[in-house]
Design a protein around this ligand. Sequence first.
Ligand SMILES: Cc1cc2nc3c(=O)[nH]c(=O)nc-3n(C[C@H](O)[C@H](O)[C@H](O)COP(=O)(O)OP(=O)(O)OC[C@H]3O[C@@H](n4cnc5c(N)ncnc54)[C@H](O)[C@@H]3O)c2cc1C
Length: 401
Amino acid sequence: MHGGGGVRLTAASLHDRAAAHAPALWRRHDVIDGATGSRTVSETDVVVIGAGIAGLCAAGELVRAGRRVIVLEKSRGVGGRMATRRVGAAVCDHGAQFFTVRGRGFEGLVRDAAADGAVTVWCHGFTRNAAPVAGDGHPRWRGATGMTDLPKRLAALATTAGSSGRCVIRTASRAVAVGPSGVKGDGHRVDVMLEASDGAPVEGLSARGALLTTPVPQSLDLLAAAGVALDPATGDRLATVGYDPCFALMVVLDRPSLVPPPGGMQFDVDEGAVVAWIADNQQKGISAVPALTVHATGRFSREHFDAPPADVERILLEHARPWIDGDPARVVVATSLQRWKFALPTTVVAEPLVAVSDAPPIACCGDAFAGPRVEGAASSGMAAARWIDHALAAVADGRAP
Ligand SMILES: Cc1cc2nc3c(=O)[nH]c(=O)nc-3n(C[C@H](O)[C@H](O)[C@H](O)COP(=O)(O)OP(=O)(O)OC[C@H]3O[C@@H](n4cnc5c(N)ncnc54)[C@H](O)[C@@H]3O)c2cc1C
């Protein structure tokens, strides 16, 4: 079903293979080796790359199954594209704005989070092109204090002692290569190389399996850096995944905005459209002071991706002008521009994961698999965790996975 076994193993070690693909990294590693005389290697059942909603759902599922998990996250906090930022006195969600709940697995998770006060219903529909839309009865959820609340809760649950498994989440830790280990020669281990964003030494992790929840182009880079050669069918499936970028402009105001209730406006993204979405974070209930989040369309973001940020900010502010009560030169208190390179998948794989290797089990998952949204990412992460748990059990039993 998941098209596994897509990797061709060679006898060479990850170190040897990665040396060809990431010479600078490995030179640095060698220098550190030379300085310390030792190489740090930690050992675990599963390494999860990325602490977005997919990675955290996967980690939780694996811990409940009794597995030891290490989650590596390159940023300083968890959540990935479920991102909340403080801008002056304001709080702005600048990645995902809300989420919907349609499937059973995610529903249970959201129900528990709601009971704990971590998430709440925002509304049942937004205005479209500033015209009121009758609520469709389908709840749009938000984090209680911002979209990072749900990932933070999942991270806390996964790492709480008392679960049968164990999970460590390492933030500010960037994976740079992931691939089957050739060192032991049994094809049943995965080597992960990482470096800390603060320049801490390159380090090795050894695991029995790995899940890559990063956007697919980044996952392919991690595999390539380890010298992994995907079989053509697997490579082709992953290569079909594409993403739109997105600029998010956060605008803090000195007075309430003119955004109509419930504080979220969707716009048609036809040709020439610049803005796809505007939210009022104060009406949304997460910011004490008025602050907008303005999302550019995929097309505008692509065309202006390398434009000077000041130009992008000026254009987006012009388009948000009708919902700002007064001259922006006087009423805008602060702005902050975020550029998402892989914001929303434009094409997705129809299955919840793609296995790139069965033994050792390595799979790609996340929002590019089965659903290009928060819920799709969560479901994909949970499905990938179940897949890897079964694969590890099969290996332990001496059965072919
Ligand atoms: C602007 C914007 C608006 C959106 N609006 C909505 C919305 O309203 N509703 C909705 O449902 N969805 C929305 N989405 C999509 C939603 O945010 C994503 O589908 C979902 O959050 C993806 O989760 P994920 O875990 O698959 O990936 P991510 O959240 O991207 O998680 C991947 C993680 O991997 C980390 N990482 C990357 N490379 C490495 C590395 N080498 N080593 C270690 N860690 C690494 C990243 O830092 C990140 O934390 C929006 C997205 C954006 C950007």
